[in-house]
Write a protein that binds this ligand. Structure first.
Ligand SMILES: *Cc1c(COP(=O)(O)O)cnc(C)c1O
Length: 434
């Protein structure tokens, strides 16, 4: 499969180039030249299959031209060694719980899949190690670090702002060791991001190391998230109204939603998607008006969705040939402020006993608002509520049980390298440790 850039000014790339580069040289996003389709019988029988089996078939449809089946199956098996249950919350409304992976948030699947695909390419080319650089304000760092932990041929450097991430987040990427190095930068998240950008532009570093980013725009990171949508559908497929399934997605950079739209292009009979925004409502406004106006991000309780310029937006536009009308037809949108999020967490808990996290709460509300008579709704629960312990406890007036596996991170020894906000110092560390 060849991959083109949404900006149309870069040469076509192989899967390997698209995965190693991440962003195309013209700063566009890579798109596959074709999206395969499953034959209809595939969906008639999907309810009989398990998650891993379905994911293998989807991975094969997207990546099978470039990676032999056996290797690809192995990547899928290693990625999905945890459950993704569909839980009934109330009549006609289900939560697809994406938070049972190592870091208790949905980015685990994309990060793990990408790590293993990158490792496959490194081994096949028998080239030197690849160094992954990632700046984080919290959750991306933990998903990437845990996703790449122990994967051969890859070193990971996580840059984070000292004193500006929560203790629980910090523990998830500073206690791992092995091929993961945490760099604690004396500066802000923006400084970390600027350092990473400068490192990618630095010719000396690029001559000496294979630098790559594990950014969510990477095709190997966002596309495996399509597995969720096949799996949600599979668990409802035996019902008489299986063609009436609506899926609500808590959205930030729109990677997760885009993966769902790709799944739909392969024939998955999802009737409609709903994009749930917090107060960062750039995509909601686009759906309403057809105008895309990026804005500075606003801090909210659902902080992984605090995005003012969604990085996968151009992919959605490209997928629908720039037709606002087609996009509107496929996707509905809603937006919620912090007060609404808190009310939903409390109300749903009191009425049903189901505990939402702030991100899932946005999707739950959007589903309730957008669902029509006779439709079945699924919302994606993207993070474990215990990751937002203080917020959630304040909503429900009850202490919250933190899972043992999450607590275990907190009891391990922190190891980080203090780094001034200085490219020269960063270069020294990267070269010494690669
Ligand atoms: C990253 C994230 C989101 C947003 O996903 P996008 O693919 O960026 O739209 C939602 N919820 C949680 C918990 C996340 O970590």
């Amino acid at each position: 499969m060849r991959y083109y850039s949404t900006n149309g000014k870069a040469p076509l790339a192989s899967l390997q180039e698209a995965v190693v580069k991440g962003l195309a040289p013209d700063k566009g996003l890579y798109m596959p030249e074709r999206i395969g389709r499953f034959p209809d019988p595939f969906f008639n029988r999907i309810g009989e299959k398990g998650l891993t089996e379905i994911a293998k078939e989807a991975a094969n449809l997207f990546f099978g031209e470039d990676i032999p089946k056996k290797a690809l199956d192995g990547i899928v098996e290693e990625t999905l060694d945890f459950n993704i249950p569909l839980v009934k919350v109330e009549e006609g409304i289900y939560a697809l719980e994406l938070f049972h992976g190592p870091t208790f948030a949905f980015k685990d699947v994309g990060a793990r899949f990408m790590a293993r695909m990158l490792s496959y390419f490194v081994r096949k080319k028998q080239q030197g190690e690849v160094s992954v650089l990632v700046a984080t304000s919290g959750d991306t760092g933990s998903a990437v670090a845990n996703g790449f932990l122990g994967v051969k041929g890859i070193r990971v450097f996580v840059l984070y702002p000292s004193g500006k991430v929560s203790a629980m987040q910090e523990a998830q990427f500073t206690t791992l060791g092995q091929n993961i190095t945490a760099l604690e930068v004396d500066g802000t998240f923006d400084d970390c991001q600027a350092l990473v950008k400068a490192a990618f532009m630095d010719s000396e570093l690029n001559d000496r190391l294979h630098l790559t980013s594990a950014n969510s725009i990477n095709v190997a990171r966002f596309l495996p998230q399509s597995f969720y949508y096949y799996w949600a559908y599979a668990q409802l497929a035996s019902r008489p109204s299986a063609d009436q399934v609506i899926i609500a997605v808590p959205s930030g950079n729109l990677g997760n939603l885009t993966a769902g739209l790709f799944a739909k292009q392969t024939g998955l009979p999802i009737k409609r998607f709903i994009a749930a925004n917090n107060r960062n409502d750039v995509f909601f406004q686009y759906l309403r008006t057809g105008e895309y106006r990026p804005a500075p991000s606003i801090q909210t309780l659902a902080n992984a969705m605090d995005v003012g310029a969604p990085s996968n937006f151009d992919r959605i536009v490209d997928l629908y040939d720039s037709s606002h009308a087609s996009i509107q037809q496929a996707i509905d949108g809603f937006t919620y402020n912090d007060e609404a999020i808190k009310t939903a967490v409390r109300e749903v808990y009191q009425r049903t006993g189901y505990l939402l996290d702030p991100h899932g709460a946005c999707a739950y509300m959007a589903l309730k608002e957008g669902l029509q008579h006779g439709e079945t709704g699924v919302f994606l629960a993207t993070a474990h509520p215990a990751k937002f312990k203080e917020t959630v406890e304040a909503c429900i007036d009850n202490p919250l049980e933190v899972p043992e596996r999450l607590k275990a991170f907190m009891s391990r020894e922190k190891r980080s390298l203090l780094l001034p906000n200085d490219l020269h110092e960063l270069k020294k560390v990267l070269i010494a440790r690669s």
